[in-house]
Write a protein that binds this ligand. Structure first.
Ligand code: GLY
Ligand code: MN
Ligand code: MN
Length: 496
């Protein structure tokens, strides 16, 4: 599906310009987070307490820490960036208005510590800037918890997010009258909320998608034979940061030739050869939201016939997946359609037998082979070339959360609705060691991945600003700008 038809099917867009058009980085406001908390409180059972605990900081080495990224649920409900925080929601008995409150436990102000690790919001900041009705230093957690538990019938607490706080919670919980009360999981409520993106979140994800797309376009422009995978990665990640993104949304995958057939290849340190196809699965996290893009292109700028043949099959599957994304469809339907197109393409190329045009046909052929005594090598299956799913939800986590997961039975049956965001990412992977196919097809890994969000009557592609047609890729790679970029990048960055 081309960009024009995407625009036509997208009706929920307002007339105002998107941030991508204005070049102004979008932000979520404190009122927006307040609205989410109100909705969370509305969904909580009457007379209950819900608690969310920040994940701990992680040491990188000696006294240096990894950059702290709060857990997505904490970000979702508070946007509070500091470690050691605890959020507590208290909801009164039904009908008891005014009894609900949002309580924060935060690190205390500490002049000396703040010199080393930055300014802390403290209890005042928690109230004034993060909307807490009440705020305490985090050492007060047990005391306040004891008080609120006395009044509540149900507690929503998820263990295993932070062992230290688990122990503190347990001490109050176990051995008191409270342990007779029901223990529930607050994540079930918040994950269901996170599944549906609002217009404000979509605007953030549009920016993330546009920045990642820009990085993929730059990768096509700078890549040339002899370059290292890491150098392409460096250019892309510089573009993320340059445009306000915090970091890659996941470890970038930049794999040339056979490396592209390793699904989660992250070494990214091999030299790129002229005959290689390069697979790049890299995208940024912006304001907490992930994007996720994969593109493949030839290091030389021109596809070989075998690379092109496989690429066109994957592209057809990906475009068909995007074209059918609309309310009422299931992710499983998209996966089936994409898989059948891959099957058809592989049969046409002679890499799969005609029996394999459908999953049922393939199963029958395999059963017949087993029945006949499983002689010789096991016949090839689609799984030998395509061994992952076509979609996953995307949002604050790149593989977004919840019991609605694409692998669970409920998730598989779930019908798409406006606001649901997910990837479409079919692929074909032929390892160098796959001797059952002609040599020309070996050492080629292809995945094409875009992010979409369901609209009232279709889907918007959030990552549309990066080309994927063969002719467009070859044009971009052979353009004057690409030639200039290849020289310019060395002049700017290379030590010599
Ligand atoms: N980047 C990981 C994935 O595509 O799922
Ligand atoms: Mn993905
Ligand atoms: Mn990806």
């Amino acid at each position: 599906m081309n960009n024009m038809s995407t625009a036509k099917r997208t009706t929920s867009r307002t007339k105002s310009k998107s941030s991508v058009q204005t070049g102004i980085q979008p932000r979520l406001t404190s009122q927006f987070f307040a609205g989410r908390r109100k909705e969370f409180l509305r969904r909580m059972p009457a007379n209950s307490v819900a608690i969310f605990v920040a994940t701990p900081e992680r040491t990188r080495s000696n006294d240096t820490e990894y950059a702290y990224r709060p857990s997505s649920d904490l970000l979702y409900l508070s946007n509070f960036p500091e470690p050691e925080a605890i959020l507590m929601f208290v909801k009164g008995a039904s009908g008891a208005r005014g009894k609900s409150k949002f309580v924060m436990f935060v690190r205390p102000k500490d002049k000396m510590r703040e010199i080393w690790t930055g300014v802390r919001a403290g209890v005042e900041g928690a109230r004034e800037r993060y909307g807490a009705d009440e705020a305490y230093t985090e050492d007060q957690f047990e005391k306040v918890l004891r008080d609120v538990l006395d009044d509540a019938e149900q507690v929503l607490y998820r263990f295993d997010r932070n062992q230290h706080v688990d122990e503190r919670f347990r001490k109050v919980w176990i051995g008191s009258a409270n342990s007779q009360k029901t223990l529930g999981n607050p994540e079930e409520i918040v994950h269901e909320m996170r599944l549906f993106k609002t217009a404000e979140e979509i605007e953030i994800m549009r920016w993330a998608g546009a920045v990642s797309a820009r990085a993929h376009m730059a990768a096509m422009q700078v890549t040339r034979p002899g370059m290292n995978e890491a150098q392409v990665q460096a250019v892309m990640e510089a573009i993320f940061r340059f445009n306000g993104a915090s970091y890659p949304a996941y470890t970038s995958i930049v794999g040339g030739g056979d490396n592209a057939t390793i699904l989660h290849y992250i070494e990214n340190e091999a030299t790129l050869n002229s005959g290689d196809l390069l697979l790049i699965d890299a995208a940024c996290e912006y304001q907490g939201y992930a994007s996720d893009i994969t593109r493949c292109f030839p290091v030389s700028g021109k596809f070989s016939p075998a690379q092109r043949a496989l690429y066109e099959i994957v592209l057809e599957a990906e475009k068909a997946g995007i074209a059918m994304a609309r309310p009422g469809v299931r992710l499983a339907d998209i996966h089936e359609t994409a898989s059948n197109i891959l099957r058809k393409g592989l049969v046409t190329l002679g890499l799969l037998p005609r029996t394999h045009l459908t999953a049922e046909g393939e199963k029958k052929a395999l059963d017949a082979w087993k029945k006949a005594g499983s002689k010789g090598e096991q016949p090839l299956r689609l799984f030998d070339f395509y061994m992952h799913g076509t979609s996953h939800w995307i949002g604050l986590d790149v593989h977004d959360v919840g019991t609605y997961g694409t692998r669970s039975q409920t998730g598989k049956k779930r019908l798409l609705k406006p606001g649901m965001a997910f990837t479409i990412e079919p692929g074909l992977y032929v390892s160098q060691s796959e001797t059952r196919v002609p040599a020309a097809y070996r050492g080629i890994g292809i995945r094409i991945e875009d992010d979409v969000v369901i609209t009232a009557d279709g889907a918007e592609v959030l990552t549309k600003d990066v080309v994927k047609e063969v002719a467009d890729i070859e044009r971009v790679m052979g353009s004057k700008q690409a030639l200039a970029a290849r020289t310019g990048i060395d002049e700017l960055l290379l030590l010599r």
